[in-house]
Write a protein that binds this ligand. Structure first.
Ligand code: URA
Length: 262
């Protein structure tokens, strides 16, 4: 492999090979793995002489969820929370992501929208919902006089359960969700919305502990001390346009709720 290749280029090359159907990783020259290769001598130790035993320090065990709770609790504002997430080392997803996708829209908006995780476009740009699903989300919001670029009563604030793109857009693992939940709950507390919209199964599961968006959508529930309405994810609506009818009903319900609680 070209030794000048950076991490992202190497990953893109691997993804391309996967898309082409590559299932085996073999090199051009065979390697005899049965051949015993002597380890290089340690610096300052003559070959054949064993090095003096160095006492092994036990690595302190950390609970990544507890660490996340501490880091999230220490954040006093949204900028501090973003910095705490950037410094959090335990979630493997960060290694494969180009950007930490934190938020878009207006903090302090009455409505906070919570998606699942960044996709390819969001990872590239560093903002949530900027791909095709995001464009549909913007049109859905505009239909009820809301938007991430609006000021005042029509503004919204947007984030995701996970700030890093999972490889190949796979579903997040339970351990990854558990690590990032303290950050999400702190995010909600600092953004101070009046109500939450959770989009799709993953966000619904993260905040309400339940799956089955087809059954749960449109039913107001409570999470993080706030009213929550689960809705179909815009990416699902792109694949299943017939479900837009239900999504429209949920948007009207959201609009009615905002009007009655002003
Ligand atoms: N899907 C999501 O759930 N979030 C995004 O930011 C983009 C796509």
């Amino acid at each position: 492999m070209d030794s000048q290749m950076d991490w992202h280029a190497a990953r893109a090359a691997l993804e391309w090979q996967l898309e082409m159907g590559v299932t085996e990783a073999i090199s051009e020259t065979p390697i005899n793995r049965f051949e015993q290769v002597a380890p290089p001598p340690k610096a300052g130790v003559a070959p054949g002489v064993s090095a003096p035993a160095v006492p092994v320090q036990p690595v302190p065990e950390v609970d990544p969820v507890e660490e996340a709770e501490k880091a999230a609790a220490s954040a006093q504002d949204l900028a501090g929370l973003k910095a705490a997430m950037q410094a959090y080392p335990h979630c493997e997803l960060r290694k494969g992501a180009r950007n930490l996708v934190f938020c878009d829209g207006v903090p302090g908006s009455r409505v906070m929208i919570i998606g699942e995780a960044p996709g390819r476009e969001e990872d590239r740009v560093g903002k949530p919902f900027v791909g095709r699903a995001g464009q549909l989300l913007d049109r859905m919001l505009a239909a009820i006089d809301l938007g991430r670029d609006r000021e005042g009563a029509g503004s919204v604030y947007i984030t995701n359960v996970l700030p890093w793109r999972p490889p190949q857009n796979r579903d997040p693992k339970p351990v990854e969700m558990a690590m990032m939940m303290p950050f999400l709950l702190r995010h909600i507390a600092l953004a101070k919305p009046e109500l939450l919209v959770v989009m799709g199964n993953i966000s619904c599961h993260a905040l309400l502990g339940k799956r089955g968006i087809t059954r749960l959508r449109g039913q107001w529930a409570k999470a993080a001390g706030l009213p929550v309405i689960p809705m179909f994810h815009p990416a699902y609506l792109l694949r299943n346009p017939a479900a837009k009818r239900e999504a429209w009903a949920d948007l009207l319900d959201l609009q009615a709720r905002l009007r009655t609680t002003t």
